[in-house]
Design a protein around this ligand. Sequence first.
Ligand code: S3P
Length: 439
Amino acid sequence: MGGKGAHYRVAPGGEVAGELTVPGDKSISHRSLMLGAIAEGQTEITGFLAGADCLSTLGALGALGVRIERPQAERVRIEGVGVEGLRGSSSALDMGNAGTAMRLFMGLLAPQRFDSVLVGDESLTRRPMERVAGPLRQMGARIETREGRPPVVIHGTPELRGIDYRLPVASAQVKSAVLLAGLRAAGRTRVTEPAPSRDHTERMLSAFGVSVVRDGPSVSIDGGQRLKGTAITVPADFSSAAFFMVAGCLAAERGLLLRNVGVNPTRTGLLTMLKRMGADIRLHPHGAPDGRGEPIADIEVHKSRLRGIEVPEELVPLSIDEFPAFFIAASLAEGETLVRGAQELRVKESDRLAAMAEGLTTLEVENRLLEDGLWIRGGTGFSGGIIESHGDHRIAMAFTIAGLAARGPIEIRDVANVATSFPGFLELARTAGLSIEAA
Ligand code: S3P
């Protein structure tokens, strides 16, 4: 299976049950590769996400002269080259579908002594990059985009200066890019967020021995610090587990257990939202997080009667990747659900508001697409139908789960990109109880 023509055909109904472990966290896997590469000494990663996005980061670091071994698919050993040890690549660095890779590399490569060119696939080439290039230019970086989008040309400038930057939107990618550039800038770099976004970069920098100062909505870092190689255990990706949390709410008569999931509070807005809808979800935490590592829990979910909610805007950045799954839950919830303040969803791997509204309409769910959100009247279930995923992994997986509450088969088109974040999704979904044919 592969290529643009790949599709899933999901049989209607069924039950999910058992214990599942979804693959490693995408955000944490990207960061562990990048920080391991610029650290001194060896970094060992276990639970690495061997999905196409993280493999783009791995390949790019190889092209920048970093020795990386993969004794197993989910185990990576990096010989760190130090903050000044990357070497220029003679060819463009291909980020594939990975927005995180492109934006974090912009921060990492802006202060180098060599130039770099970053390219991506069709979807990534449509995504905005000025949100990162802008603050980096304020630091003295020389970066060109093509009308704000990739390809991104970086003229390496080792003399960056620290800035005090107020993010216009809550974005962990922008925050992380500025902090990574700040590692090599003169003086202090401070980033202030309008609302909390995922803090994996801050936590992981601390784990590599970098002093990161948090002060309310601000994070500061002093330039000139070095990183020390370390061991990183990547938890299972909350964003991948999200599809099975919703599947559980829809159809886990006997319960479903998701093991070792990362439950960093900057990622778990979906839990809050589902609980407010009346979902029966319980967390079983492992150990006590030390503030540098990542909190982990098993998540137990049971079939639940959901009711519609109005989602508070402050939960949006804390569940930014989970809306495709959430909208499926909202379609099954009795009554109305309203999400506003979520315009960022329009610049993800696809325009996720438009893609979800279109798919829900196909499946006869009453909805209204808003400039910055979506309104849904739920409770009527899904008809069958043919869904365009727009090449977006999360749209494809969300509509796969919808099959559990459908009256007819759902065919989902263009699903090859599921492998960017969730290799083995099809097999795991079948193990859980879904009936899916792939072609
Ligand atoms: C990510 C941050 C989020 C998220 C993306 C991964 C990260 O993007 O949507 O999938 O790893 O930092 P924004 O920070 O741009 O919202």
